[in-house]
Ligand binder design. Structure first.
Ligand SMILES: [Zn+2]
Length: 468
């Protein structure tokens, strides 16, 4: 999905309505405590050729930007809408994209990237009104405005049929059979897809380091030495579904930073003076995938009490679980974070969805103003089709109580927990214990307790995979 940064400055003067296409009866708009008369003619809206008539508020235009009531329009195309009153933010999630708009705020957050809006979202007549074109295009829809008839058409993109390659090309086939980008000694073929790097000198294999920073959708290939004579600094645009662009950097070593358009695994084939890197989706490489989500991190500490910081406890527990899984099973583990870094909560379920994980386990610890409150609880998303999540949560709870021995607070349906709600796979969120309770806190800070905790979660994960 191509996302273009719009640099148009936000016009602060709002609601200066043009006097063309006048309404028979002007409509009163209440916005930010002020009243305005809106006199433009109505706008007709079609989504995938279906006429959409909103009940509470019609589409309106301000500064020639069309605003629509978020829930009525975007739920109609299958998006999930969430309003957070205390943050004054609306969350719009559709397939792999999540858009966050803060009321009256000039920026939008789209799956980790910040955009400047022509017009911020606003509460008008008590309805959340959002810029139609921006949201639709970010979700991959085409928008067409028929100014004569004041009609907007929003259409889902037509799936393109992939081009069929004539036949498997051999390594040395002529370039005209290769689809992709060729820039001297770096070549990208988007049919396999794979990247071919021709090296003038022989690269010492032991020095070659490839790092998959999947959370930030980057694969970094470090040749381990400076090959400036072969590769110039700069960027190579690819812009297909796999890679957006490749950055070449020569510092102490030569690095290729692959800015991916999704989470991919790679397979490396090294020949004497050639590197061949194939890209595959994690699910095509691994049979069983676990997504372990250490809560909070970086700028978000979580709760703090009794000399403990939640983000640290969460990470310690997460890494202990990861080690047990990796040492004893063939389950591939992906992590939101393996160190103290910030990862937005909104992004987390989408990382797991992109990976195609089979199970999502979020690791948190609790806190409350009442220091008496203690114990372990496991949260799950109350699924409409069966009680899979509940039974998985019960298994985790059972193991944790058996191995760790904190008070049993039971499993809890949590329809509003973002990571549980937005993840496509079975998901649980563990609140191991209360940092705010002296007794729980002393356990959470204890190494033997962490080992017991890790073992409980490890067993629950293994049993869950046996039944998935
Ligand atoms: Zn937490």
């Amino acid at each position: 999905m191509k996302k273009q940064l719009c640099l148009i400055m936000v016009i602060a003067v709002l609601l200066s309505v043009r006097m063309t296409n006048v309404y028979a009866t002007p409509m009163e708009l209440v916005c930010d405590g002020n009243r305005y008369l809106y006199e433009l003619a109505p706008i007709t809206l079609y989504i995938d050729d279906m006429l959409v008539e909103t009940q509470a508020m019609p589409p309106i235009q301000i500064e020639e930007i069309t605003l629509v009531p978020v829930r009525e329009i975007f739920e109609a195309i299958g998006a999930v809408i969430e309003w957070k009153e205390e943050e004054k933010k609306v969350y719009i999630a559709y397939q792999d994209t999540v858009i966050i708009l803060e009321m009256n705020h000039p920026e939008a957050w789209v799956s980790g990237i910040t955009f400047i809006l022509d017009m911020p979202a606003k509460i008008i007549n008590n309805k959340i009104m959002v810029p139609l074109r921006f949201i639709s295009e970010q979700l991959g829809f085409d928008v067409y405005w028929d100014g004569v008839n004041r009609t907007i058409y929003i259409n889902a993109p037509i799936e393109k049929v992939p081009e069929i390659e004539p036949e498997e090309e051999s390594e040395d086939s002529a370039d005209d059979t290769v689809v992709g980008v060729n820039q001297g000694n770096i070549r990208y073929e988007n049919t396999t897809p794979k990247l071919l790097i021709d090296l003038k000198e022989e690269v010492i294999k032991e020095q070659l380091i490839i790092q998959n920073d999947y959370v930030n959708k980057k694969i970094i290939i470090d040749l381990g030495d400076n090959y400036e004579t072969s590769f110039n600094n700069g960027s190579m645009m690819i812009q297909d579904t796999v890679i957006e662009y490749i950055e070449v950097k020569n510092t102490l070593t030569t690095q290729f930073v692959l800015h991916m358009n999704g989470i991919y695994e790679y397979e490396l084939d090294e020949q004497a003076k050639k590197l061949e890197i194939k890209f595959i989706k994690p699910k095509d490489k691994y049979d069983k995938i676990l997504f372990l989500d250490a809560g909070h991190g970086g700028k978000a500490p979580g709760s703090i009490a009794n000399n403990l910081i939640e983000k640290e406890v969460n990470l310690k527990q997460t890494l202990a679980v990861k080690d047990l899984i990796e040492n004893n099973t063939d389950i591939k583990v992906y992590l939101t974070r393996s160190e103290d870094i910030s990862v937005s909560t909104e992004e987390r379920p989408f990382i797991a969805n992109d990976i195609g994980a089979d199970l999502f386990v979020s690791i948190h610890n609790n806190s409350t103003s009442n220091s008496e409150v203690n114990g372990t609880e496991v949260h799950y998303y109350p699924d409409t089709n069966g009680d899979v999540n509940e039974s998985i949560a019960s298994l985790f709870q059972e193991k944790l109580i058996a191995y760790c021995g904190l008070k049993d607070r039971g499993v809890k349906p949590s329809p509003d927990l973002w990571v549980l709600k937005m993840s496509n796979m079975p998901a649980v969120l563990i609140e191991g214990g209360f940092l705010s309770n002296v007794s729980d806190a002393s356990c959470l800070g204890d190494e033997a307790f962490t080992n017991a905790y890790a073992y409980a979660v490890y067993e629950a994960i293994v049993e869950t995979f046996n039944h998935l």
